[in-house]
Ligand binder design. Structure first.
Ligand code: ADP
Length: 536
């Protein structure tokens, strides 16, 4: 209920004003002096004040002035009431002091009620306007917050978009690179193969061309492995297989192979040296992956060096081993150094772009080192050379009874397998012809099954001493064929040959049904070694 305050020193006046206003729905509070009125106004929330001007001690003007001093009452509408001060000058004074209206006495009840009602309504509208403003302010604040949030999201989206565009650009660049990278070895394979077919060529030349074809094929394979490793990493399927190994021996082998590789790269003038601890050191790590990282760094060192030397090796640093590959090549600027580990990233200078590459090698190396538990980095000076280094945790092993795998074995002598029968299940004629050629000197009898159905039939009809089973064949895969064969003749020896290294789980499942496995491209030495396990 709205409250109204009437201040008048005359009780009769107070009584009659109260009576007049009773018909409006109001709570009427009265005060007999300015002092009492100010006190009440301080304690209550009034919607309107009716104020008599002529009062002893403090008149209406002074009361009004004091009322306005309190911030709480700054805007209460006040109507002055007077019988004497009816002249315009007093009305003006009243208005200047902050009164909203003036009513002469004797008061006309209808006019008083109408005026009071108007001011009360106005007050009410003012109040709802105030609420509306407050509500608007809250909404405004919310809106501002929302805008801030959206601006942030937009900025993030812009960054993500720029990143996606950059990656897209790098990928397109990669495709262009890749087709160039693939074309180069394929062109030389086709070109030299064509020359080899030419009967007029001298045998010495022919041998040289065969070596070129073989080198180009190796390059192509390296490229394909790089792309496969990259997609395995993207899919989270890249695995590390810890095994004991002789580190000194691995580095020794690398030195020997890079002495050969540098010739193929036309970099014979660059000296290669290996720096390693005097005594052989055995460690538990993934030797294949360790070798892969070093091969990568060494290839880059030769690729990006025109003259001078390349040195590599390792030292023990507390619980870690620190490997390094150092060159006197074109170097990498400080700005580019932080970016060379980004996939598809290649430094765009005249010098570096003269060499071929996909920009994947270092990103793969970084990931492998991370998976091995270490870190990779580089020190470089533009025009002077680069040192790439990486660490791996050092888990030492005793080398006394350690038997290393011989990766650089000399060509094996041909065995005599004339009394054995081999079934080769292979749908690709070229692959079959390769196996046939690789085994020709062993005089083994070969039966060829061109698909899974034929493999089952020939295996059961001939009971061969060994089966070489291709996994991927059009009608039925090798695993299914093996299952059928095992049902009827469980004792047959079966080696599977696969082009793609299957996931560990899949191979574990299949392990129960095959006796051994070789991965394509098949190397003659591996083929003979693996087959020897079954033919004696
Ligand atoms: P790429 O296939 O291009 O060699 P990498 O990921 O192995 O890809 O290397 C990324 C880039 O880092 C290279 O393109 C080259 O610009 C730069 N780089 C790598 N190694 C060296 C080095 N030893 N000296 C100078 N630049 C190098």
């Amino acid at each position: 209920m709205r409250k109204i305050l009437i201040i008048d020193d005359n009780t009769t006046n107070l009584f009659s004003l109260r009576k007049i206003l009773e018909r409006l729905e109001l709570e009427v509070v009265t005060a007999l002096s300015g002092f009492e009125g100010l006190e009440l106004a301080e304690k209550n929330q009034f919607s309107l004040v009716l104020l008599d001007i002529q009062m002893p001690e403090m008149d209406g003007f002074e009361t009004l002035e004091r009322l306005r001093k309190s911030p709480k009452n700054l805007h209460i509408p006040v109507i002055l009431v007077s019988a004497i001060f009816t002249e315009d000058q007093y009305k003006l004074k009243g208005m200047q002091t902050g009164a909203v209206d003036f009513i002469p006495k004797p008061v006309n009840p209808d006019i008083l009620r109408a005026k009071v009602k108007v001011f009360l309504d106005l007050e009410e509208h003012k109040e709802s306007l105030k609420n509306l403003v407050a509500e608007l302010e809250v909404n405004n604040a919310l809106l501002k917050k929302e805008i801030k949030k959206r601006t942030k999201v937009e900025a993030e989206l812009r960054v993500a978009k720029a990143h996606a565009e950059k990656m897209n650009e790098l990928k397109s660049q990669l495709l262009v690179n890749m087709s160039h990278e693939i074309r180069t070895p394929v062109n030389s394979i086709l070109g030299f193969a064509d020359l080899i077919i030419n009967a007029k060529i001298a045998p010495a030349e022919k041998e040289k061309y065969v070596r070129y074809v073989s080198n180009s094929s190796q390059n192509l394979l390296f490229l394909i492995d790089e792309i496969l490793d990259h997609s395995r990493m993207e899919a989270g399927e890249f695995k590390i297989n810890q095994a004991p190994c002789d580190l000194s021996e691995i580095l020794q082998e690398l030195q020997e192979s890079f002495e050969r590789i540098k010739m193929q790269m036309g970099k014979e003038a660059i000296a290669l040296s290996l720096i390693k601890p005097k005594k052989n050191i055995g460690a538990e790590t993934d030797p294949q992956r360790l070798r892969q990282v070093l091969v990568n760094l060494l290839s880059n060192a030769f690729k990006y060096t025109k003259s001078g030397s390349v040195s590599f090796g390792f030292t023990q640093e507390g619980e870690f081993l620190r490997f390094f590959v150092k060159d006197t090549g074109i170097g990498i600027s400080e700005e580019e150094a932080s970016r060379v580990f980004t996939r598809f990233k290649r430094v765009e200078t005249q010098d570096s772009l003269q060499s071929s590459g996909t920009g994947l090698g270092l990103s793969i190396a970084e990931r492998i080192v991370y998976l091995l538990g270490g870190t990779i980095g580089l020190n470089s000076k533009l025009g002077e050379g680069t040192e790439f280094y990486f660490t791996i945790p050092f888990k030492e092993i005793d080398l006394t009874n350690f038997q290393a795998i011989d990766y650089n074995a000399e060509t094996l002598d041909d065995p005599d397998w004339s009394k054995f029968v081999l079934l080769i299940a292979e749908d690709e004629e070229m692959n079959f012809l390769f196996l046939q050629e690789a085994l020709r000197a062993s005089k083994i009898q070969i039966i060829w099954a061109k698909n899974g159905e034929e493999a089952i039939k020939l295996a059961l009809d001939h009971s061969p001493d060994l089966i070489l089973m291709d996994v991927k064949m059009p009608d039925m895969n090798g695993f299914q064929a093996i299952e059928q064969i095992r049902l009827k003749n469980p004792g047959l020896n079966i080696i599977i040959q696969t082009a793609f290294a299957k996931s560990d789980e899949e191979l574990k499942l299949a392990e129960k049904i095959y006796d051994d496995l070789i991965t394509k491209p098949i190397n003659r030495n591996t083929l003979i070694k693996t087959m020897s396990k079954f033919l004696y």
